[in-house]
Design a protein around this ligand. Structure first.
Ligand code: 1PR
Length: 555
């Protein structure tokens, strides 16, 4: 029986999660960092994972001398699995990096999704389909995709026929109107565009089937009712409605790291002692929400401005522990910026982010520094200089790894001429009867307001390379009164990257409202889950009852 899995590590993305998934399944992991370590006779199962930029990945792989040993390994007939850009590397090339070439196992190029009809990157849970599926892929399960480029199949079907005649089998997925290769296999090669190590139980099952080489697994027997519930209706470009549980983390006055929750960002109790509200331990809560079916978990270090030696940052350990058992995407925010460590060493934001990625994070979220970067972007006439954390992290890890956390407050004005920022007319006038308003960005967790609107911030951050927006709202935070739908509309009108609605969820109906009345790509909740008012599963059941597709796995 195979006990050790070799994983190629060219420092691309979150290998920790894959390693954790393999450990969870009971395998040893041997990371292969140099081509000399890839000795075919000693390897039984090889995994080629990759995230980020296609050219960065394949060029790195080839310049490190991996091309020949990987080809030799493939020729040996032993099983190889590619993941995400690891799948893409099997193709001839990609529109993302026209000067770079892959392994050319398939004579086809990858191209970018059409962002005129849908948010790009595709971030979320999609389903796969084929006449005959392999390695236990299940058309009623959902898998986590995060990518802008894909092997998009031409609608005539000719290309697919040619590749099939060469022995390739495909599982396809549909994003918007575009159909692409979600997984493929031929002889000893198997590859997935989605991240099985981030796809909950369904994904772990696929990895296990590959490792055991269980290729032909019968599908579970579903009842008609289950089929109706679970099958993709493609009403949301093919993606389920994503529900994210958020943990605001800080040290309390007793020195314990706790999950807390504020009202309009004030996290202290209203009672005499004014202690920091303590709602539980971060790792345990993350695990609980994963088991309840959360599609992602976000950790925000809300006192990131405090000094602490970088390597001892408690959030690193939180991530390390959480990533061992939580197999959905993890985002971490707070303090992602160029820093001067307590010993005086300058540490660039890219290095700070790398530490988080190595600890198990899939995305980092940038708050304060995003506003400062956007200010610089406009000061330079609408361009970046390549040095902002958004640019450096996005270049190395891909746009999908960079989330912008926005902390806005609504400001009413007499007329649009009163501000340089984009205004809109609200249905809810202020106490003076004014309807014109804008959403003002703040930094340092709402402590300082800047002359920058949410619309302007998002436009600049998308141009600098951000892949997703986490849209908080200080006015609504902890209010349980529903999301600020007008804010979401304004944010969506500024960009084509996905927007996560946040702040104000108090009931499952608030999630439904955000999904049906705005184009929110995901909804995040905190207080309602921490207080135990509702579980993530409750929210999903409600959405399902109201005709919205969700991923229904309880882990
Ligand atoms: O500025 O890059 O160091 O990042 C700091 C991060 O910490 C930012 O993402 C910022 O949003 C966050 N943050 C700072 N102070 C607070 C605070 O609450 N005092 N939390 C804070 C932001 C908002 C959400 C909350 C939703 C949903 N909290 O995380 O979970 O509002 O709450 P609800 O569902 O209970 O209404 P940087």
């Amino acid at each position: 029986m195979v006990q050790t899995v070799h994983v190629i590590d060219v420092e691309s993305g979150n290998l920790q999660s894959l390693t954790n998934a393999l450990h969870f399944l009971g395998y040893n992991v041997q990371l292969v960092r140099s081509h000399t370590e890839l000795v075919t006779s000693e390897v039984e199962r090889l995994i080629l994972p990759g995230v980020g930029n296609y050219g960065h990945f394949v060029d790195n792989l080839f310049s490190r001398g991996f091309e020949t040993p990987i080809r030799q390994y493939i020729a040996s007939g032993k099983p190889l699995m590619g993941i995400c850009v690891g799948l893409q590397a099997m193709f001839a090339g990609s529109e993302e990096s026209p000067a770079s070439s892959g392994f050319k196992q398939l004579d086809m190029h990858l191209s970018k999704f059409n962002d005129a009809e849908k948010p790009v990157p595709e971030i979320g849970w999609n389903s796969v389909f084929a006449d005959k599926l392999f390695f236990g892929l299940d058309p009623l399960k959902r898998y986590y995709f995060v990518h802008s480029f894909a092997a998009i199949l031409d609608p005539s079907g000719k290309q697919e026929q040619v590749l099939k005649s060469q022995g390739w089998e495909f599982a396809k997925a549909k994003y918007g109107t575009e159909t692409f290769i979600a997984a493929m296999c031929k002889d000893n090669i198997f590859a997935t565009q989605f991240h099985p190590e981030k796809s909950g139980k369904a994904g772990l099952q696929v990895i296990e089937n590959f490792l055991k080489q269980d290729r032909n697994i019968p599908l579970p027997e579903y009842t008609q009712e289950q089929i109706k519930c679970l099958q993709n209706d493609y009403s949301n470009y093919g993606l389920t409605r994503r529900i994210i549980a958020c943990l605001d983390v800080r040290t309390n006055d007793q020195g314990d790291l706790v999950v807390t929750k504020g009202d309009q960002y004030d996290v202290r109790e209203k009672t005499d002692g004014k202690d920091v509200r303590n709602l539980g331990k971060p790792v345990q809560l993350a695990q609980k929400y994963y088991e309840q079916g959360a599609d992602e978990v976000t950790f925000l270090n809300i006192t990131s401005f405090r000094d602490c030696p970088l390597r001892d940052t408690p959030m690193l350990e939180v991530l390390r522990q959480a990533a061992k058992t939580v197999f959905v995407p993890l985002t971490v925010g707070g303090g992602i910026k160029d820093i001067v460590d307590t010993d005086g060493t300058k540490v660039p934001a890219l290095e700070v982010a790398s530490l988080y990625f190595k600890s198990g994070a899939d995305k980092v979220s940038i708050g304060t520094d995003a506003v400062l970067a956007a200010e610089k972007y406009y000061a330079m006439g609408g361009k970046g200089d390549g040095t902002s954390p958004i640019e450096t992290i996005s270049k190395a890890y891909g746009a999908q790894a960079v989330v912008i956390s926005v902390d806005p407050k609504r400001v009413y004005v007499n007329s649009p001429a009163d501000t340089k920022n984009k205004t809109f007319q609200s249905k809810f006038p202020d106490t003076e009867g004014r309807t014109w308003c804008w959403n003002q960005c703040t930094i340092k967790g709402g402590r300082e307001s800047r002359d920058m609107g949410v619309y302007e911030l998002i436009k600049a951050c998308e141009a600098l390379g951000a892949g997703e927006i986490l849209l908080n709202c200080i006015d609504k935070d902890g209010s349980n009164s529903g999301y600020d739908l007008e804010l979401i509309d304004q944010a969506k009108s500024a960009c084509s990257i996905p927007v996560i609605a946040s702040s104000g969820a108090g009931t499952p109906a608030h999630f439904e409202e955000a999904f049906t009345k705005t184009k929110a790509d995901a909804c995040l909740g905190a207080g309602l889950f921490h207080r135990g008012d509702y579980t993530v599963y409750d929210v999903k059941e409600y959405l399902l009852e109201h005709g919205l597709k969700v991923r229904m796995d309880k882990e």
